[in-house]
Design a protein around this ligand. Structure first.
Ligand code: IPE
Ligand code: IPE
Ligand code: MG
Length: 242
């Protein structure tokens, strides 16, 4: 363990298997420093590295991150360009390290609409890391929960599925998260108290953890605090406690 890392006691904690994060607040982080928004997105990308390391350290098995929503296409062209450039650079510079670390990359969302060169990088990264099993990293990119549900329904109709055969389990298998357990906890940074079209089906019973920290400031210790808070929750799923 690096000398600058604060020792954190995980021994008495239940570690959530699947953590999902709405990485919000990059723009405000930059504005508070008098920097352009792109600098906030770059700081956010660097922070992702720290959080991936922390997930591996804590034994979280699945991390899902909201990187770019279907609604984010409505932002100014300059901002979208800066974000795409950062995603491409992260894929170029980090994928070998992530692979060595045992990270298996998945994409949630549609590749259509993304530039062909970025699509190719995503496909290559997924293929390179497909057999890794230390941490599954789902990157929700060009992702929206409603678009995902529509995508699933269209494919079910195309497959000729009859209404009587439709179950929640079958529906799950048509989502981008097919085969993965639902998130146990959804973290949202930057103090916003909304779900913004993220995993609206899968997070039905996730524990919601909003935090005022802006995404570039949400580090290993903040993730630990989120896990501590998760351990104080009682998950009831609509039934009465014993
Ligand atoms: C989150 O930060 C990153 C993306 C949505 C891509 P924001 O860019 O939304 O930052 P704020 O909310 O403006 O501070
Ligand atoms: C949600 O953040 C999307 C991502 C973090 C990628 P937004 O900043 O886009 O959400 P709103 O606009 O505040 O709801
Ligand atoms: Mg935002």
């Amino acid at each position: 363990m690096a000398a600058d890392k604060k020792p954190l006691d995980l021994s008495s904690l239940v570690i959530p298997q699947h953590v999902a994060i709405i990485m919000d607040g990059n723009g405000r982080w930059a504005r508070r420093r008098g920097l352009p928004r792109a600098a906030g997105h770059r700081a956010g990308a660097e922070n992702l590295r720290r959080i991936i390391n922390a997930c591996v350290e804590f034994g979280i098995k699945i991390l899902t991150i909201y990187a770019f929503s279907t609604e984010n296409w409505g932002r100014p062209e300059q901002e979208i360009k800066a974000l795409m450039k950062i995603f491409a650079r992260v894929l170029d510079q980090e994928i070998d390290d992530l692979h060595a670390q045992g990270v298996c990359l998945h994409h949630l969302g549609e590749l259509t609409g993304i530039s062909p060169s970025l699509q190719e990088k995503v496909r290559r990264a997924i293929d390179l890391t497909k057999d890794n099993d230390r941490l599954i990293l789902n990157v929700a990119f060009n992702y929206g929960g409603r678009a995902e549900i529509l995508h699933a329904v269209k494919h079910m109709v195309a497959d000729g599925i009859e209404a009587d055969d439709l179950t929640e389990e079958l529906f799950n298998s048509y989502l981008f998260t097919s085969g993965l357990p639902d998130p146990d906890m959804v973290v949202r940074t930057s103090g916003e108290l909304r779900i913004s079209n993220f995993l609206i089906w899968q997070a039905a019973y996730a524990e919601y953890y909003p935090t005022p920290a802006l995404w570039p400031d949400f580090g290993r210790e903040e993730l630990y605090e989120a896990i501590v808070a998760f351990n104080q929750r009682e998950r009831r799923y609509g039934v009465l406690p014993e």
